[in-house]
Design a protein around this ligand. Structure first.
Ligand code: MN
Length: 324
């Protein structure tokens, strides 16, 4: 913490980035940190490599300053990676080589420590919680504009303060953010109750195809690339639909297998969730070259959907063998 705050005080130019397909914690941490650095008089650029769309539920966030290609002075900017478990999660492979200094701020327990300085706190509910601590340590006043994206980070990564990472500390930081001006009902309405109708139809397909395996302990569903055009959905519309699968009685591990929207699949993306603290789905994801949190992880694979269903069930059986 001290090394990161010292590096922030010492330098003037920053390049802030986060992982591809950014979620609420990624975008909230990015924007909160950016505004905090600006409040300190720093020159900060928010950089999300690539052209992938921002998921619909976050498009209301004031991210107009976000750039999708690196700035010309990239090599002179301290790279601050937020919520990135590994270098591969950053969509620009040369960003790390070009950076004079890399600050790696994250809460994934399997973070690969790719930074010059690594601030990895796996007991933090979210990267947003760490950003709040950093800004507080730097003496930044938490304005409503800073509080709201950090609140989005906390509320989304904790499943609206319901998942097992909802610590007393996460609740206290949330309370401080609300005190500082984050609009609880407004964020709820914009993030959770502004679902585009096509997303509802996409969810309907996921629910319709869901199957139970291993006596109901494993629930798996899938999306094919034609589902998006069929229902008129955009690319980010499958974000969060997996959460509906884990609510099923008896489900311990749930998975959503997705083909890339609109394109014939070369690879499929598999998202995994555990509803049970005794199962670490990130360990399953790592067997397939992915990673994540114990309760939420993912990987990509060139296997077919049928092969993946079998592989996930086998991995579940192997992971629980002996533990029962
Ligand atoms: Mn996160």
């Amino acid at each position: 913490m001290r090394a990161v705050t010292a590096a922030i005080r010492m330098h003037d130019r920053f390049l802030l980035t986060t992982h591809e397909h950014p979620d609420g914690d990624a975008l909230g941490s990015l924007l909160g940190m950016h505004l905090g650095l600006q409040a300190l008089g720093k020159d900060s650029v928010m950089y999300l490599p690539g052209s992938g769309p921002i998921a619909g539920e976050y498009q209301w966030m004031p991210l107009d300053a976000l750039v999708r290609t690196p700035p010309a002075d990239q090599a002179k900017r301290v790279l601050l990676a937020l919520d990135c478990a590994g270098a591969g999660r950053i969509g620009d492979p040369v960003a790390l080589e070009r950076a004079p200094l890399i600050l790696n701020v994250d809460h994934h327990h399997d973070n690969t420590r790719f930074g010059t300085v690594d601030l990895v706190i796996d007991t933090a509910s979210s990267t947003g919680e760490i950003v709040f601590d950093l800004l507080t340590a730097l003496g930044v006043t938490i304005t409503p504009e800073i509080a709201e994206p950090l609140y989005v980070a906390l509320v989304t990564d904790t499943g609206r303060y319901q998942y097992s990472n909802t610590t007393p500390r996460a609740l206290r930081v949330g309370a401080e953010l609300v005190e500082a001006g984050a609009d609880v009902a407004g964020v709820f309405k914009k993030v959770y109750e502004s679902v585009g109708f096509p997303k509802l139809k996409l969810l309907a397909r996921v629910l319709d195809r869901a199957e139970q395996y291993e006596d109901g302990a494993v629930v798996i569903s899938w999306l094919v690339h034609t589902d998006w055009p069929d229902v008129g959905a955009g690319e980010g519309y499958s974000e969060g639909v997996i959460e509906h699968l884990r609510s099923v009685e008896g489900a311990r591990v749930v998975a959503l297998i997705r083909e890339p929207p609109f394109r014939t699949p070369v690879q499929r993306r598999v998202s995994l969730r555990a509803s049970d603290l005794s199962i670490d789905v990130s360990a399953i994801a790592r067997q397939f070259g992915g990673g994540g949190h114990p309760q939420a992880a993912g990987f990509t694979s060139d296997q077919t959907t049928a092969e993946l269903i079998e592989a996930i069930c086998s991995a579940y059986v192997a992971a629980t063998r002996g533990a029962a």
